[in-house]
Design a protein around this ligand. Structure first.
Ligand SMILES: [Zn+2]
Length: 507
């Protein structure tokens, strides 16, 4: 029996094309980097794949599938895993650095039969709007067309012809907020190993729609999207259907053919795959008019918090700073909501994060307890206005992810200043500083969806607040598209544009 060798690799980041701060290789290495035996160790059942975030994510899910569906003829070859916090487009050096790492790891691994590649799918680089396709070119250049490539993706990934043409197997998250990272890796891994053992012949069909916004809030358990995910489960009951995915756009990516899409994997039967993909695409198109809600501005949001008396008593109100969602890759130093809370909501106990390495440095020697006046924000993104505040330096500490931190108290507002991007999605961000989220009237979070899971216990009301910044939904209007897209332009049907995009035809 000849041995089949499967490589495991991850290069993942959700990028924000509107962030002026490029992502560097160092951002990847600081967040998460493991290779070889060390990678293998964190993927084993007693390991933790992403410390502080997930015990099991895509690669450990894939490893589990390979072990369960594989046999003694399968050899797993852990290459590396590079995962960065969301951020701006990759600098040319970061893109080249990751690509070199990929090429070197593939060469060092020796001949592979299969590759499980975990990606986000909505990465952006200064030099290319389709880094995933770029990395896949390297895979093909090194390993040739005989290598069977399976990818696991975030459902916010962008599907393009350049990318799809280079892969064989695909599985994407089915939950938003995402809570099926490991299951997604498992799905991709099981298809890959079964294909290598000759048990199935995966056929991929896909559709890409000229549609960037729809599906309401796009959460999987709410009425708009739930029937679509249920439909995917239903079609998978057919033994020939291996897997089905839908994608609903990362609005802060940048690709001239951006849009929602679907990918269906079928065993052997290409015409079944095509007809199922058509049907799912129709269903996606069917929810295009369900637009996300309009977010209130700060003044109105503050009134809503005031009106939520009982809810504040029983827990807190989570205010998502929708214009500065670090989870989408913004820099996290937008002062607009902070200013509104300090100046117009002095009666409310509020916790607000802000990234400002300059202020951290400035206060490095200041005695805790002192009254200080500092200028916050506006250093990394010139669109963010500076906000000058006077308050008490309440504490100073350091965190693995957020770097050095200080807490400034201004009346009822606790401002948490971080050295690095303040991806606030868990109550622990505050509680570890002694700021009880149960005690606050309002806590500001900088995550789009995941905080809703983590704050489930104490969150009595969620308010998304729009001021102005790099994660506003309407920034998508600034992008250049090859052809009209819903809802920015009138589009009669998805099919002509899908045919052009998939055919690689000129506009
Ligand atoms: Zn996502």
């Amino acid at each position: 029996m000849s041995t089949k060798r499967i490589g495991l690799v991850r290069i993942a980041q959700e990028s924000n094309a509107f962030s002026p701060l490029a992502s560097e290789l160092d951002d990847f290495d600081r967040t998460h980097f493991f290779e070889g035996a060390e990678l293998q160790a964190i993927l084993e059942p007693n390991g933790t794949e992403v410390e502080g975030f997930l015990k099991n994510a895509e690669l450990s899910g894939a490893l589990k599938a390979i072990r369960e569906h594989g046999d003694d003829s399968i050899e797993v070859v852990p290459l590396f895993s590079s995962w960065a916090m969301p951020g701006g487009p990759l600098s040319p050096a970061a893109l080249a650095g990751l690509n070199d790492r990929l090429r070197d790891a593939l060469r060092a691994a020796g001949p592979l039969d299969g590759l499980l590649f975990s990606m986000h799918g909505a990465m952006v680089a200064e030099e290319t709007d389709d880094p995933e396709a770029f990395f896949m070119q390297t895979v093909r250049a090194e390993c040739g067309d005989d290598l069977t490539v399976a990818v696991s993706l975030d459902l916010h990934g962008q599907m393009t012809k350049a990318f799809i043409d280079q892969i064989d197997i695909l599985a994407a998250y089915r939950t938003n907020p995402h809570r099926d990272h490991a299951k997604t890796g498992y799905r991709a891994g099981s298809m890959l190993v079964r294909a290598l053992l000759g048990q199935i012949t995966p056929v991929l069909a896909w559709r890409t729609l000229p549609m960037v916004l729809g599906g309401g809030t796009t959460m999987d358990f709410l009425p708009t999207m739930r029937p679509i995910y249920k439909h995917l489960n239903r079609i998978e009951r057919d033994d020939k259907v291996l897997d089905a995915s839908v994608f609903n756009c990362h609005l802060w990516a940048r690709h001239a053919d951006m849009g929602w899409s679907t990918v269906v994997m079928v065993d052997g039967d290409a015409s079944l795959a095509e007809s199922l993909a058509d049907d799912v695409a129709d269903r996606l198109w069917g929810v295009r008019h369900k637009q996300p809600p309009i977010f209130p501005e700060a003044a109105e949001a503050i009134e809503q918090v005031r009106a939520s008396r009982l809810r504040r008593k029983l827990g807190t109100v989570c205010m998502c700073d929708a214009s500065d969602i670090v989870g989408t890759g913004t820099v996290g130093e937008n002062t607009r909501l902070l200013r509104a809370l300090v100046e117009d909501a002095a009666d409310l106990i509020s916790y607000v994060p802000i990234r400002d390495a300059g202020v951290i440095e400035e206060l490095a020697e200041t005695v805790v307890g002192s009254t200080v006046t500092v200028e916050l924000g506006g250093r990394l993104d010139p669109e963010n206005p500076v906000f000058t505040v006077t308050g008490r330096l309440a504490m100073r500490t350091e965190h693995d992810t957020f770097g050095r931190m200080v807490v400034l108290t201004v009346g009822n507002t606790s401002i948490v200043v971080t050295e690095r991007a303040c991806l606030v999605m868990k109550p622990q961000f505050y509680s570890e500083l002694g700021l009880s989220t149960w005690r606050a009237d309002v806590v500001v979070v900088k995550s789009m969806f995941p905080f809703r899971l983590y704050f489930l216990l104490q969150n009595r009301r969620t308010i998304y607040v729009k001021t102005r910044g790099a994660s506003d939904l309407d920034r998508v209007k600034e992008l250049t598209f090859n052809a009209p897209v819903h809802p920015l332009h009138p589009v009669d049907h998805w099919r002509p544009e899908d045919a052009r995009r998939r055919g690689g035809l000129p506009v």
